[in-house]
Design a protein around this ligand. Structure first.
Ligand code: XIL
Length: 363
């Protein structure tokens, strides 16, 4: 039996791929693609199921475009809303690629997660070098940050349902990350960023976002303490984004559901924002089964806690994954393989959505 036939979920993508002329393909599947998509399965749960989107692949790769448009009801820009892309020269904004994605989302009745307004990576050179050589001082950097957040959030006003306002601001031990933001502005930049974002689009839900905060640990507890403090001060922070990068050689994180619950108790949403599960290559069936289980357990925790409002994978196909370029020797982290064929991880997510019921209330 061909792998295609064992993977009905992928007929949309695989058929397109075949039609595009894979030389060895004998024929495109004759029957229509009737599988229930992840987005259809997620609908009764009041949960957005999303993917990060690589905008170049979206324009160049028909199969990629077909799956991105059909399987998900939420999209996140993998790169094109980041500072280096939208403001490559000081004061000159280029929204073209981000607008392309937002248009795609509108045409496919998808919501858009905004990612990200403030990070220590993928900053434009004019900014990092200006801070390094002292030509941008603290008051100037604060103005630059305010203008950037205001311009970007306003540009997309009404079209973004959740914004990752600050990304990866803590170290693993729960101290503030040593970044140019902290060094130049001190920790008050965090509250400022949320206030500016809220002023520019009061309806968007504003998120903190980080990795290694799935379970209860020093870092997620620092987020919990910060969120509690900010909310007590009236700072508009409404969600904790949990990136969800796992690696099958480590155990599944402890107390994920309890972690989501404690943020819910603060009146906050949670979201899995960038899930992928990597492994050492080459990988076999055992590894793929373990991966499927990790995906399923993250989604299960999200479904168990009503305030978990979106579950986003960081790309859906191994073909365009960031993992091999960042973690040498690792990969195969996504739910579809390089040919858009569903892996056990895809089936695990679909089954989880089919068989689980959600209860409880949502903030
Ligand atoms: C990654 C992208 O996937 C890559 O294409 C890019 O080269 C670097 O950034 N955490 C985040 C994401 O919040 O923005 C990162 O995305 C992955 C880690």
């Amino acid at each position: 039996m061909s792998s295609r036939r064992t993977a009905p979920a992928l007929f949309a993508g695989a058929a397109t791929l075949l039609l595009l002329g894979s030389a060895s393909a004998t024929a495109a599947p004759a029957h229509a693609d009737h599988h229930a998509t992840l987005r259809a399965l997620a609908a009764p749960h009041d949960l957005k199921v999303g993917t990060a989107v690589d905008v170049s692949a979206l324009s160049d790769d028909t199969a990629y475009r077909a799956v991105a448009g059909s399987e998900f009801n939420s999209v996140t820009a993998e790169n094109v809303m980041k500072w280096e892309v939208v403001e490559p020269t000081r004061g000159t904004y280029d929204w073209s690629q981000a607008d392309e994605l937002v248009d795609f989302a509108r045409r496919h009745h998808q919501s858009v997660r905004g990612h990200t307004l403030l990070w220590h990576n993928q900053l434009p050179a004019w900014l990092t070098s200006g801070v390094a050589d002292g030509s941008i001082d603290a008051p100037e950097l604060r103005r630059i940050l305010r203008d950037h957040i205001t311009a970007e959030v306003k540009h997309f006003k009404g079209r973004i349902y959740q914004w990752d306002v600050v990304n990866e601001i803590f170290e693993e031990d729960g101290s503030y990350r040593d970044s140019l933001w902290l060094r130049t502005l001190g920790p008050s930049y965090v509250a400022d960023a949320f206030r500016w974002a809220h002023a520019a689009d009061p309806k968007a839900k504003l998120f903190l976002n980080d990795y290694n905060v799935e379970g209860i640990n020093a870092k997620s507890t620092a987020y919990y303490d910060l969120a509690k403090k900010l909310r007590a001060q009236g700072v508009p922070v409404q969600g904790l984004g949990i990136q969800g990068y796992l690696d099958i050689q480590y155990g599944f994180p402890a107390d994920v559901e309890q972690n989501l619950e404690r943020f819910a108790a603060l009146g906050m949403q949670t979201a899995f924002t960038e899930v992928d599960v990597r492994m050492n290559l080459p990988a076999g069936d055992t590894e793929r089964a373990r991966q499927a289980d990790d995906y399923r357990r993250l989604l299960d925790a999200c479904l168990a806690v009503r305030s978990c409002t979106s579950f986003t994978v960081w790309g859906f196909t191994d073909k365009y994954s960031w993992v091999p370029g960042t973690f040498p020797g690792q990969g195969a982290a996504n739910i579809l393989d390089e040919n858009f064929v569903a892996k056990p991880a895809y089936t695990a997510l679909a089954d989880e959505l089919k068989t689980t019921r959600r209860t409880g209330h949502r903030p």
